[in-house]
Design a protein around this ligand. Structure first.
Ligand code: ZN
Length: 467
């Protein structure tokens, strides 16, 4: 049956009217996002059948295939690898090459050798060998590129504060960071000694973090600045692991703006099954973390694909293995399918399934809100985005957005995580999701995202706030 001209005119008038009055994405007074679709995605991704989508497991792959299949249904273009028929797919397989030391690695300086498990512990490394020249810097000091920095313990320092200091030194250019032990590390010394250090190969510059005993720290402190410090060890044959990203795109239509990219992301993995979990439930469903963000990406894809094609190109990517170390996102950043300087902004969606009592019920917060002008600009376009009310949690650095932000891309995470106690527990289940909140949350981002993908606005870091 055909709709009559009169009725059609009436419907169009109504659509225009409601859209104008509400100023948000609505069709005939209805939300652009359908709660039924939100539920459907959540029930599948966070149901027991997917076994908690453990990073790098077959269940993570099934989640990626499902999301890719949905992207295909919505009419997105494939952005993944070629399939068996030679045609591009919506999934990208990432090889994670895990390297494990065959024997305890060492630190050498002068005539001294420190061995992992003895006078030192390898906390983190991304290489089997690195060298640096000794530089003693005060806390917050600036290390030279390729230096080996000694961080002395200070009264009251805890492990977390020391680790944050070490990370800051490494990202400021130190190749080796030597941290004097804290009581916490001393307490775990035996347990940490029993594990051979391992890492996954990446193209990042060498960064080695080592805890040294009090005696070793004192000895290093006596050495002159400029002393050569060498880290290294023999590797066992490496074993490949895999992770999967779901990837789709809508090519832009504007001759000038089509080469620019807006990237909407989430992570599709969670913690899988843990037999050591207390109680009978061993499945970590990850409903809020981050099935909710993945469903947000899905639903934004559905709406954008159904509407007028955007001026800019939009990529929709759900990353694999965030929980295991951000491997899906890291691979994406190191192998972008477009020139990096064309990536205008990234919005990651994480944990929007429940409201945060620290902000107004309809509000979402944006990590690192004060770092760029993207959040304020989106808020002007109707986004219910406010500053992250939990700055002490460092959420800006705790999701995939940080992989992009460190590469210079304006990248933030949208969330409403109110620090609920189901976080990273088996109890993060679909039954705890507030679907009215979640549907409204995704809906509130539709109009601002539609504006962003059709505008020529290029966000920028606030001076001095680039990570
Ligand atoms: Zn997460």
């Amino acid at each position: 049956m055909k709709i009559t001209e009169l009725k059609r005119a009436g419907v169009i008038a109504m659509i225009l009217l409601t859209a104008n009055i509400a100023g948000i994405a609505q069709v005939s007074g209805r939300s652009a996002i359908d709660e039924r679709n939100v539920r459907a995605g959540m029930v599948f991704l966070a149901g027991d059948a997917l076994q908690g989508r453990g990073s790098g497991t077959i269940f993570e792959r099934i989640a990626a295939e499902y999301i890719g299949s949905q992207f295909m249904q919505f009419g997105l273009e494939p952005a993944g690898e070629k399939g068996v028929d030679g045609k591009p797919t919506f999934v990208q397989t990432v090889t994670i090459s895990r390297k494990t030391f065959a024997e305890s690695p060492t630190i050498n300086f002068g005539s001294t050798t420190l061995t992992h498990g003895g006078e030192m512990l390898v906390l983190r490394t991304n290489t089997d060998s690195a060298g640096g020249t000794l530089q003693k810097v005060e806390a917050g000091g600036k290390p030279n590129a390729g230096s080996a920095v000694l961080m002395r313990a200070r009264e009251g320092d805890d492990q977390r504060a020391a680790m944050q200091g070490a990370m800051a030194l490494a990202s400021a250019g130190a190749a080796i960071v030597l941290i004097e032990e804290t009581p916490q590390w001393r307490g775990n010394w035996a347990a940490m000694s029993s594990r051979m250090p391992s890492y996954t190969a990446s193209q990042a510059k060498p960064a080695v973090m080592i805890v040294v005993s009090k005696a070793a720290a004192a000895e290093i402190a006596k050495s002159a600045d400029g002393t050569k410090i060498e880290f290294g060890g023999k590797l066992a044959p490496s074993k490949d692991q895999f992770t999967w990203n779901a990837m789709g795109k809508i090519s832009g239509t504007d001759p000038k703006l089509a080469s620019e990219v807006i990237l909407l992301t989430s992570h599709l993995d969670h913690l899988g099954v843990r037999d050591s979990a207390p109680g009978n439930d061993k499945i970590f469903n990850g409903a809020d973390d981050d099935a909710s963000g993945s469903v947000a990406v899905l639903e934004l894809a559905r709406v954008l694909a159904a509407g007028k094609k955007p001026k800019r190109t939009v990529y929709f990517v759900c990353f694999g293995s965030e929980e295991a170390g951000g491997f899906g996102a890291r691979y994406f950043v190191e192998n972008m399918p477009f020139p990096k300087d064309k990536l205008v902004a990234n919005l990651e969606f994480e944990m929007i399934g429940r409201p945060d009592a620290k902000v107004k019920p309809e509000e979402l917060w944006l990590t690192g809100y004060e770092r760029s002008n993207l959040g304020p600009e989106l808020a002007k376009r109707g986004a219910k985005l406010v500053q992250d009310p939990h700055p002490e949690e460092n959420f800006f650095q705790r999701s995939d957005n940080i992989q992009l932000a460190r590469a210079g891309v304006i990248a933030h995470t949208v969330s409403s995580f109110g620090l609920h106690t189901d976080y990273h527990r088996a109890s993060d289940e679909v039954k705890t999701i507030d679907f009215v909140h979640m549907t409204r949350a995704i809906n509130s981002m539709v109009a601002p995202v539609q504006w962003l993908v059709n505008s020529n606005f290029v966000p920028a870091w606030v001076e001095g706030k680039r990570p």
